[in-house]
Design a protein around this ligand. Structure first.
Ligand SMILES: [Ca+2]
Ligand SMILES: [Ca+2]
Length: 205
């Protein structure tokens, strides 16, 4: 029995060790020298985080400055990936799904910009933008709701009023997303957005 328990503990520790825990994620901002547009890079591995901090420290002039990552255009809920070069930071309709590594060079097919991903000029699912690198650390508690909710990071009736004023609007697009009422950047303001706001309201109040 004792041997069985130890085996279970061992397997659990191995599985847990391979899963990035929520507290391990550190968010970084990837942008060019002039902040024209940007995207959010979540990192879990301590070595990757150290390298990203070195890039910030040396203002991007460091080895392997290019971020190679797989992206997804299937946003589920509120998107952590926003353009923090603008204020308030508008949500992109895509995000970094998987960090693949840092590189000195990438193939031309991976070069582009966040804006080109958004407008469909860049159609691939792997990015390695040549003139973009890690320029700032955003911390571990990045809260995208703060960019959406009226006046503060808390869901209240003023936010509900905004959602109601855009109710059932269609053709919501970047950067406005129908006055930020299209919370999940799906293109329409509907019950899914209402459910997202309702859940946030229950969590905040
Ligand atoms: Ca509010
Ligand atoms: Ca929506």
């Amino acid at each position: 029995m004792r041997r069985y328990s130890l085996l279970v503990l061992f397997i659990l520790s191995q599985v847990m060790g391979q899963l990035p825990s929520r507290g391990d994620t550190v968010y970084f901002l990837v942008r060019p020298i002039i902040c024209s547009d940007s995207y959010v890079l979540p990192l879990h591995n301590p070595d990757d985080i150290t390298h990203a901090r070195d890039l910030v420290k040396h203002h991007g002039v460091f080895s392997q400055p290019i971020v190679v990552a797989r992206i997804s255009r299937d946003v589920n809920g509120i998107n952590i990936n926003r353009n923090y070069c603008a204020h308030p930071a508008p949500s992109w309709s895509w995000y970094v799904k998987e960090f693949l590594g840092f590189a000195d060079v990438t193939a031309e097919v991976f070069d582009g910009t966040p804006t080109q991903v958004e407008n469909g000029t860049f159609v691939g699912d792997t990015i390695g933008f040549w003139t973009y690198t890690v320029r700032a650390e955003l911390g571990t508690e990045l809260n995208p709701w703060c960019e959406v909710l009226e006046d503060d990071c808390v869901a209240d009736f003023s936010d509900l009023a905004i959602l109601a004023s855009h109710w059932l609007e269609e053709n919501c697009v970047f950067p406005g997303w129908c006055g930020s009422a299209d919370l999940n950047v799906s293109g329409t303001v509907d019950f899914i957005d209402f459910a997202l706001l309702a859940n946030k309201y229950l969590a905040d109040n």
